[in-house]
Design a protein around this ligand. Structure first.
Ligand code: PBG
Length: 322
């Protein structure tokens, strides 16, 4: 045998020497849930180790992450049911929890990168990402709400705004609105290929944001499709997105690779709540070794993602795996 691939695996030094992809803390974005009230730290039942924080505890959590070299955070609000309405007006109301949280983080940690989520669902009494009229999710009317939300986030100090709603035309609409209002420097991370997935279950539990009626299949993508992701990516790139995101991550590694091969924009992967819950449950039961976490995160890098949104972000640094 002239070729013996095992020679390149014979020692740790050689294995490290030829390692093709690496994971670094700079690749990681930590999603954090926030809730109103002081001294709040409530664990999400289906996501062991993940909490909903009041703003004071959110600041403590971010401080401890920064010390570990984890510098990017994506914030999501759990909104009280009584504050929700058809038009998600709570999302851009002056002084609302979410805007206060963005301001507090940027004020205390100007060096942290704050990513904000634009979509109506946490604030919508219908639990949908858009305005619901006669069981239909209205597209163009929703853009106006998303625009108000994005502008409020920018005014509060967001570094990157991430529209997760999947309405058509929202990247261009928000980009133009931000530019007209002096926020040319605020970036857009588009949820480009967001699939109608069962893997968002624990997130919807965390925020109480599940649809009250129906599903999200008229706006989120069909899990069976990949060519459609190219259409979404072309539109987002043309409309001014700075990042293209694929979500969920693990069941859609092929889509990450597809977008990475066809577009020059950085690709983000969202390792979603259900993927986290799945690994955590198996590890807790002794069915999987903890190294499955790093293996999963590396798979996103191998597929071509530079940024990885993951609930594992802090633990992999705490454990010194990255
Ligand atoms: C909604 C939104 C969802 C997630 C992020 N933004 C869920 C959904 O579309 O219902 C999911 C994140 C996760 O599961 O970790 N705009």
């Amino acid at each position: 045998m002239l070729q013996r691939p095992r020679r390149n695996r014979k020692s740790a030094v050689i294995r490290d020497m030829i390692q093709e992809t690496h994971l670094s803390s700079s690749n990681l974005i930590f999603p954090l849930f926030i809730v109103d009230g002081e001294k709040q730290k409530v664990e999400v039942k289906s996501m062991p180790g993940i909490y909903r924080y009041g703003i004071d505890n959110l600041l403590h959590e971010i401080e401890s992450c920064l010390k570990l070299g984890l510098n990017s955070f994506d914030l999501f609000p759990a909104v009280e049911e009584s504050l929700k309405d058809k038009y998600a007006t709570e999302s851009y109301r002056e002084g609302t929890l979410y805007l206060r949280a963005i301001e507090a983080v940027k004020k205390n940690f100007p060096e942290a990168c704050v990513i904000t989520d634009v979509a109506m669902d946490p604030y919508s009494s219908d639990g949908h990402d858009g305005i619901v009229e006669n069981d239909e999710i209205l597209n163009d009317e929703t853009l106006a709400v998303l625009g108000k939300m994005a502008l409020a986030h920018a005014q509060s100090g967001a570094d990157i705004i991430a529209p997760s709603d999947m309405m058509d035309g929202r990247i261009g609409y928000i980009r133009e609105l931000l530019d007209q209002n002096g926020f040319k420097h605020v970036s857009l991370m588009s949820y480009t290929a967001k699939y109608a997935s069962a893997f968002y279950g624990p997130f919807r539990d965390a925020l109480g944001s599940a649809p009250k009626k129906g599903d999200k299949k008229t706006y989120q993508m069909n899990p069976a499709n990949s060519r459609e992701a190219l259409i979404e990516a072309q539109l987002d790139a043309a409309e001014g997105a700075d990042f293209l995101m694929v979500k969920p991550g693990l069941p859609y590694l092929d889509i990450i690779k597809l977008l990475n091969q066809n577009f020059d924009l950085p690709i983000a992967a969202y390792n979603v709540s259900g993927e986290y819950a799945m690994l955590k449950a198996a590890i807790a039961n002794g069915w999987l070794a903890e190294s499955a976490i790093l293996e999963t995160l590396l798979s996103f890098r191998r597929a071509g993602a530079t940024a990885i949104l993951t609930y594992h972000a802090k633990e992999v640094l705490e454990k010194g795996w990255v």
